[in-house]
Design a protein around this ligand. Structure first.
Ligand code: ADP
Ligand code: MG
Length: 248
């Protein structure tokens, strides 16, 4: 479904991602972990088609189609969505109008009442009151609320592949539960999840039975394993694991 071949990204002459090979199939669950600065967000932005990361080496294929000529909104309509590590505030863009437009793009013909119902129900599921809908995107929203709004969008869009960049950073315990519930729900519905995270607390809430955990170092995956690898990271830290696997 999503295949990266020898992906390389440079910034200011320095390689941030290099020779990265990765495949995600239908309904897969991938967890990407790695120290600060190892390139995780760069990977997410490159996949999403962020304009600062369009100049890459190697290839990104989604559903057997090269993605290089698709901009971020075209990628979203194709079924590839990213949730930001730091969701930006967008002045003057009303949340309800925005969500309605997004649904028009991805769901097409269904009537306005159905869209309104879907939006209201997802708003409640993510722990927001309906007042949220009259506000502007991320304007005055806390870090945790911004992350929940990303998951609300994912819930409505139901993408085929969802890349989440640290949906747990800056999030309190209650929000964490709402977020993990949505991740589990989307995965149960068949969405392929690529979850970038630092810490185990989110992973404890997530059904990782079939997950693959990948550890990043200097812009590449240096080792992969099952869910217990995430537990090992919590216990030992990255450096010790990299020493033990000879990944340094
Ligand atoms: P992570 O998400 O794993 O913490 P990032 O992908 O954000 O790491 O960053 C990896 C490295 O690439 C960092 O050293 C960062 O400073 C650098 N980097 C990322 N984006 C840019 C950019 N647009 N220009 C210059 N350097 C960048
Ligand atoms: Mg990051």
């Amino acid at each position: 479904m999503l295949e990266l071949k020898n992906l390389g990204v440079k910034k200011d002459g320095t390689a941030i991602l290099q020779n990265l090979n990765f495949i995600a199939g239908e309904s897969d669950f991938h967890v990407v972990m790695g120290p600060n600065g190892s390139g995780k967000s760069t990977l997410a932005r490159t996949l999403a088609g962020h304009p600062e990361y369009t100049d890459y080496e190697g290839s990104i294929e989604f559903k057997n189609r090269d993605l290089s000529d698709l901009n971020p909104d075209e990628r979203l309509i194709e079924g590839l969505m990213m949730g930001f590590q730091y969701p930006p505030r967008i002045k003057g863009v009303n949340i309800k109008r925005f969500l309605t437009k997004v649904l028009e793009k991805v769901d097409g013909a269904e009537g306005p009442e159905t869209k309104e119902e879907k939006i209201k129900s997802a708003t409640g599921e993510l722990g927001f009151s309906e007042d949220l809908l009259s506000r502007n995107i991320n304007d005055g929203l806390s870090g945790g609320e911004r992350k929940r709004l990303e998951l609300l969008q994912a819930r409505l869009i139901e993408p085929e592949v969802l890349i989440l960049d640290e949906p747990d950073s800056g999030v309190d315990v209650d929000s964490l539960e709402l977020i993990s519930d949505q991740i589990n729900h989307l995965h149960d519905q068949g969405t392929t999840i690529i979850l970038i995270t630092h810490y185990g607390s989110l992973l404890e809430e997530i059904d990782l039975e079939d997950a693959r955990v990948h550890l990043f170092k200097d812009g590449n995956i240096v080792t992969s394993g099952k869910a217990d690898l995430a537990g090992e990271v919590d216990e030992k830290g990255f450096n010790q694991i990299y020493e033990e696997c000879g990944c340094n």
